[in-house]
Ligand binder design. Sequence first.
Ligand code: FES
Length: 120
Amino acid sequence: MSFPEKHVFVCENKREADAPIPSCANAGGSEIRQALKQKVQELGLKKQVRINRAGCLGKCGFGPTLVIYPQGIWYGGFTEADIDEIVQKSIVGNEVIERFDLKKNQQQSAQPTQMRSVGY
Ligand code: FES
């Protein structure tokens, strides 16, 4: 029996569109998780990398959000068009893409340029 080497948790939490705090499902979280799964499968990495649905990751204002373990890479503010880059550089290559890096961007500014700052 083999075990996956990496897990990617993609937030799919959904709130009403007019809720005071945004949610990742309304920012494309489900579509992004499906695209990630498809890309991982295309690359033959399905056994090594699990793409999992997650509830709220506590970074709602930066959605869509995901976290990659065991690296502990936290991303927000990406789109489906960024999936190939995230898979190649971060999931396969363990590299942090700075423009999506929630750890860096949350520390630097309350309003990162490519991320919304509502919520957490
Ligand atoms: S709704 Fe996605 S991080 Fe909270």
